[in-house]
Design a protein around this ligand. Structure first.
Ligand code: BGC
Length: 376
């Protein structure tokens, strides 16, 4: 054997394990452009053996694609998103698929007090603070990403350390958000966080679903079940009054599966403009994994089951969608997508009667949400 051929054989043998890994890998990493601040953004496509795929963006630890089969096995992408980073950074992006926080949903007048100190956040939703702030809320920062493949579980772990005072919140908050795609067609999202000062934390994911495929004209024909006897009524700026009211006898009673469009117009002339409410889940004990919701599209047969450890879920029916153009030139019309955001209740930091959102040094915030997909 010549020196060259033995070198070539050694080279191939040396590369073989990584070539094999590359071929069998269920995770693909691709560049997704650069933010206006010059930060490179990546997208990870994660597949499972039955062909389901999810796509995850480092900007905002964002779920930008979920390809799932209908009852005939035909795949469609059922979440909203954009094809480029400039659109994610534009006004067309109404929190599509992002990790939302540090405090998802509203804080009245952006004010709260903790340990004898007053804090003022930016007010970006009329008089209130919404979804963590203006420039450095969690949806807008670029997270570190660590893809993983361990047996039947694969996904991406995102990490971000938010400095003390960022967007007005106290404490350095170290967060991890792990998306796992299981063999059972579930997207499992595990959140954790620790802090060095007492601080409010309420993380969620803001995916907009249309189970007929993102860009289908309406969610009014979807059928929804919410495992909630109660909800948190709001004032005319969508801040909870502090009361927990019964859903019974209202258009918010989804304890039995009901078509979304059947009663939505009864809410059009309210402050919420339709469905945009926090439901109090029927949970056996705090923190216990509970089935929260089922969303079903009779036309495609796709069924989404949402389970969570959180006490609440915001069902937002896409009332503020404005016909913006999304992935593949699709249009996202008024009420053509809905969010099922597992969370603590809005404005909890100012409402002592609600389960606390205060995280203290030495404690670990944790929250799991599973979006499971099947057909019937
Ligand atoms: C809120 C809506 C808000 C939307 C922003 C939802 O979580 O409940 O009121 O307009 O986020 O996209």
């Amino acid at each position: 054997m010549t020196r060259f051929s033995s070198f070539a054989i050694a080279l191939v043998l040396g590369l073989l394990p990584s070539l094999l890994r590359a071929e069998t890998s269920m995770i693909k990493e691709t560049p997704f452009g650069t933010t206006a601040d010059g930060i490179a953004v990546k997208v990870y496509e994660v597949s499972n053996p039955s062909g389901m795929k999810i796509r995850l963006l480092t900007r905002g630890a964002t779920l930008i694609g979920v390809d799932v089969p209908d009852r005939d096995g035909k795949l469609a992408d059922v979440v909203f998103g954009f094809d480029n980073i400039a659109s994610y950074e534009s006004d067309s992006n109404q929190y599509f698929g992002c990790t939302t926080g540090r405090c998802a949903n509203r804080i009245a007048k952006g004010k709260f007090s903790l340990d004898g100190k007053d804090y003022q956040l930016a007010c970006n939703d009329g008089p209130n603070a919404l979804h963590g702030g203006v420039k450095r809320s969690l949806d807008k920062v670029v997270w570190d990403a660590m893809p993983f493949e361990e047996g039947a579980s694969r996904g991406v772990k995102f990490q971000y350390s938010s400095p003390d005072g960022e967007e007005g919140y106290p404490g350095k908050l170290d967060m991890a958000v792990t998306f796992t795609l299981t063999d059972a067609n579930e997207v499992k999202i595990d959140y954790s966080a620790t802090t060095d000062k007492a601080t409010p934390v309420n993380l969620t994911n803001h995916a907009y679903f249309n189970l007929g495929g993102a860009g289908s004209p309406t969610i009014n024909d979807h059928v929804l079940m919410l495992n909630a006897d109660g909800y948190t009524p709001v004032d005319d700026t969508l801040i909870p009054t502090g009361e927990i009211a019964k859903v019974e006898g209202t258009p918010l009673d989804f304890r039995r599966s009901t078509r979304i469009g059947d009663r939505v117009d009864e809410l059009t002339d309210t402050a919420a403009l339709g469905y945009d409410h926090n439901f109090v889940l029927n949970q056996a004990k705090p923190g216990e994994m509970t089935k929260a919701a089922e969303l079903y599209d009779p036309a495609s047969g796709r069924l989404l089951t949402v389970s969570t450890t959180e006490p609440g879920i915001q069902f937002y029916g896409g009332n503020f969608l404005k016909g913006q153009q999304g992935k593949g030139g699709k249009t996202y019309a008024h009420r053509s997508g809905c969010c099922l955001e597992t969370q603590h209740f809005p404005n909890s930091i100012n409402t002592p009667a609600f389960p606390t959102v205060v995280l203290k040094p030495g404690e670990t915030y944790s929250h799991t949400c599973i979006y499971g997909f099947s057909v019937k």
